[in-house]
Design a protein around this ligand. Structure first.
Ligand SMILES: [Zn+2]
Length: 414
């Protein structure tokens, strides 16, 4: 009886040992997996479906490792099938969030220049590109006024749908408009220059002889006495590409640009702005473009008043005025005599004579050159020829006339 009990006890202990052993073994083979709840990545990052699993023990991922498409913003559910030691299947899911973290790029001009009153679309020509968005929103940030001259520091701000932003600075310059007042001129030019120039500031130079007449080549072109090529097309004469209007070369009445040409007006604005900034002088183009018929009226008035010979010394015959070209204007300054020899001795006139070439303008009728140009000194009349030629003609302060440079005449032949 006692023996039986002992055997029973041992058997029970053994069984318990086996059961415990089995349990221990089973427990050691249990699946141990650490899987994330959510992964956040950037657009087009390289991500595998298995990336959400940080570690796995006693099991393996059944699904094949593969790249997940991340070319669209959003949240994806990733499903993974896992098999444990005992070949049992379990399914896990986690989230993959794809974010756009790149800001758009902007192509733009960092300097925009307009003339007062001009209206432009500041977004025209601005191109915003994004890694994701097709239509990025671009805005102009900052205050400006197209009607108020000044410099405005502004910003383009481009924003994509994920709220990534790019900011770029640009400068808007609103330039003062060249005001051309044609009406006043008739009064202003009534009292010109009958008396001899008596200005002490103006050094007299020897009057050069008239240039030899041009040699006509027969094909519509001609060669000047200094060897420059000239051509007259539709009644308009160009020498070495430069439009010429003087007493020899006239413009047809049909030549009518209607105002100062764009480049000229811009260059004039720049010049007046520079004068203002450097010296405080306030100058403007008082008289710019003049049509053939306006010139005809002006000239006839002068002839009626003082006779043809006198009129010819200070006013052009119709078709011969440089004001018809749209390339020339007369300058006036605040508080100074306007469009008459009283302007000659002003510091403004001296500033113009010393600086106009930098902006492409020439002092068209310099002192002591009337035999070349056909006109007395006009300290106020400037003509646009571009910076290169203007610099040559400026000649370090000893102005050369267009006529002398090209070797052409300026005299009426009728
Ligand atoms: Zn003039």
């Amino acid at each position: 009886m006692k023996k039986k009990l002992i055997i029973g006890c041992i058997a029970t202990l053994l069984l318990a040992g086996v059961v415990f052993g089995c349990y221990k073994f089973y427990d050691s083979k249990e699946l141990d997996i650490d899987i994330t709840k959510k992964i956040v990545v950037s657009l087009n990052d390289k991500v595998y479906n298995t990336d959400g699993v940080k570690s796995i023990k006693n099991g393996k991922i059944v699904d094949k490792k593969e790249v997940i498409n991340t070319d669209k913003v959003g949240v994806k559910k990733i499903i993974l099938n896992v098999e444990d030691f005992f070949k049992r299947n379990k399914t896990y899911t986690y989230e993959l969030e794809i974010k756009d973290t790149k800001a758009p790029k902007i192509e733009f001009k960092d300097k925009i220049s307009i003339t007062e009153g001009e209206k432009i679309d500041l977004l025209e020509g601005v191109k915003a590109t994004d890694n994701y968005d097709k239509d990025v929103v671009v805005k102009v940030v900052g205050e400006y006024d197209f009607n108020k001259p000044g410099e405005y520091k502004l910003q383009y701000v481009a924003r994509d749908s994920s709220k990534n932003e790019t900011k770029e600075d640009f400068l808007l310059t609103v330039k003062k408009k060249v005001v051309v007042v044609e009406k006043k001129e008739e009064i202003k030019e009534v009292k010109p220059v009958e008396k001899k120039e008596s200005n002490t500031n103006v050094e007299k130079k020897e009057e050069a002889p008239q240039a030899a007449p041009a040699v006509v080549n027969g094909d519509g072109t001609f060669t000047t006495s200094k060897g420059f090529q000239g051509v007259t097309k539709n009644g308009i004469t160009y020498i070495d590409g430069v439009l010429i209007a003087n007493k020899t070369y006239s413009l047809p009445s049909s030549y009518a640009p209607g105002g100062l040409l764009g480049d000229v007006s811009n260059a004039a604005n720049n010049m007046f702005a520079a004068a203002k900034a450097e010296t405080g002088y306030n100058m403007w183009a008082q008289s710019g473009y003049r049509s053939y018929s306006t010139q005809q009226r002006l000239y006839n008035n002068y002839v009626n008043r003082s006779g043809k010979a006198a009129a010819d010394t200070y006013s052009a015959r119709p078709g011969h005025s440089e004001h018809q070209t749209g390339l020339a204007f007369d300058v006036c300054a605040t508080g100074r005599p306007c469009i008459n020899s009283g302007f000659d001795s002003t510091p403004e006139a001296q500033w113009l004579s010393a600086n106009a070439y930098k902006y492409g303008f020439i002092l068209r009728y310099p002192p002591g050159s009337s035999r070349e140009t056909g006109y007395k000194y006009e300290s106020w009349h400037f003509r646009y020829v571009g910076v290169d030629l203007a610099t040559k003609l400026y000649n370090g302060g000893n102005w050369i006339t267009l006529e002398n440079y090209f070797g052409i005449t300026s005299e009426y032949n009728y």
